[in-house]
Each structure stands twice: as structure tokens, then as C-alpha cells.
Write a protein that binds this ligand. Structure first.
Ligand code: 5RP
Length: 225
């Protein structure tokens, strides 16, 4: 059985190798957040291909990119992201995701929404038949965390307030107990609660490609419809 950090490296390398030959000097790359994406950033820094700049989904990712001398653009100065690379906490068979375990869900969703192509990199422990075993992170305004929690409770969820604040100065409610059998319905329903900034369900902005590292050492590459 391979250790999980080895799987993260393998999947990051496989995704990088598949992307490398297409990268162009005018490309803006979107970079997600988390330990799997950190491995991808390391591949990028090692190979140093010519591309215009990166758009980052978190302060943590920006720090790593800066340390490795990768040029970062302000998202407000960029009209389109060519490819967005990010990890996930859960992936269902239709490529709907739960994200936000690292707290960066809002910026991640914004960058994903600007990308021509979203490539997700995970190990096979993240693959599920139905989303919801992993508590759904929901970013909320600090002003309204209790009313939002009450509404999430009425929808059948069990929200817990996460310690700390996001890069945007907001709170996160981690909502257990939801069976996300219709990801679009749940994403829309949670987004519609006043006080919610973003839900970590990514069904409206699903990846087009997923790389999955398996414990036998192979990496699956799946392309969506
Ligand atoms: C951060 C995320 C991450 O992509 C997700 O938590 C997976 O992280 P890791 O690659 O460390 O398992 O959504 O907000």
C-alpha cells in the first residue's frame, strides 16, 4: 500500500506531464489549494515552463508560488484562466465535488468559474458513490453564522462552526449528515440561504478531467462528457 503523500506526488506528476507539452507563453494557470496541489506547484517550479502567470486560490498557495518565484497575477487583471488545477475532498461518479477542507472554497470556485478547463487531482480515497460522507464546508458571513446554521439544521444537516476565519474574513460551517444525491439541488439550495457566501459543493463548475492516483501505483485519467 502506498503512503498518501506518495499518491499525491504521483497524481500531481501525472497531471503535470499531461499538461506540460501544451503550456504556452501567454497562458494564465489557475492554482488551487491543498497538499496535492502543493505537489503540482513543485512540478511546475522544477520544470519552469514558459507561461504568463498564475492566479492563486488562497494566501497559502500564493506564499508557496512566491517562494518558488512563480509570477502571480491579481485575479482582477485577468480575463480568462486557461487551465485550473485543484484537489478535492470528495468526487462522485459525475465529477461533482466537495471542496473546502482547506478553507479556500470561495476563491477556488471563483478561479474554477474563470477557467476554460478544470483539472482535478486526487487519490482514490476521495472517490465516492454519493457526496456527503465528508462534511460540506459552507463559507458564511460572521454576522450570520447562527441563523445560517439553524437553516442548515432544518435541511437535515449537522453544522459545526470551524475555528478561525477564511482568507476573506468569513466563518466556515462544516455540515455533516447530508446525503448529496442531487449535487446541483444542494449547491443551489445552500447558496440561496441569506448569509452564505459559498458552498463547497462544486456541481455547477465541475472538472472536465480528473487524475486519480491508485494504491497499486497507477494513475487513472478520466475525461468528463
Ligand atoms: C482546499 C480544498 C482542497 O482541494 C481539498 O481540501 C483537498 O486537499 P488535499 O489535497 O490536501 O487533500 O478544497 O480548500
Amino acid at each position: 500500500m502506498m503512503a498518501s503523500d506518495v499518491l499525491k506526488q504521483k497524481v500531481a506528476e501525472a497531471a503535470y506531464t499531461s499538461l506540460e507539452r501544451f503550456i504556452q507563453p501567454n497562458w494564465v494557470l489557475g492554482i488551487g489549494t491543498g497538499s496535492t496541489v502543493n505537489c503540482f506547484i513543485d512540478c511546475l517550479a522544477r520544470s519552469n515552463p514558459p507561461f504568463a502567470c498564475a492566479v492563486s486560490s488562497s494566501l497559502q498557495t500564493s506564499d508557496r508560488l512566491e517562494t518558488l518565484n512563480i509570477n502571480i497575477a491579481d485575479i482582477n487583471d485577468v480575463s480568462e484562466v486557461m487551465v485550473y488545477i485543484d484537489g478535492a475532498d470528495e468526487v462522485d461518479p459525475s465529477f461533482a465535488l466537495i471542496k473546502g477542507g482547506g478553507g479556500a472554497l470561495t476563491r477556488e470556485k471563483i478561479v474554477a468559474s474563470m477557467a476554460r478547463k478544470f483539472v482535478c487531482i486526487v487519490d482514490e480515497s476521495k472517490m465516492v458513490d454519493c457526496l456527503g460522507e465528508f462534511s460540506v464546508p459552507v463559507e458564511v458571513l460572521p454576522f450570520a453564522h447562527q441563523p445560517v446554521a439553524t437553516k442548515l439544521g432544518k435541511l437535515g444537516g449537522n453544522p459545526k462552526l470551524r475555528a478561525g476565519l477564511t482568507d476573506n474574513g468569513n466563518c466556515i460551517l462544516d455540515v455533516g449528515g447530508l446525503k448529496i444525491d442531487d449535487p446541483e439541488y444542494w449547491e443551489q439550495t445552500i447558496n440561496d440561504i441569506p448569509g452564505v457566501v459559498t458552498t463547497g459543493i462544486f456541481s455547477l463548475h465541475r472538472p472536465q478531467e480528473i487524475f486519480i492516483a491508485k494504491v497499486d501505483g497507477s494513475v487513472d485519467h478520466r475525461v468528463g462528457h
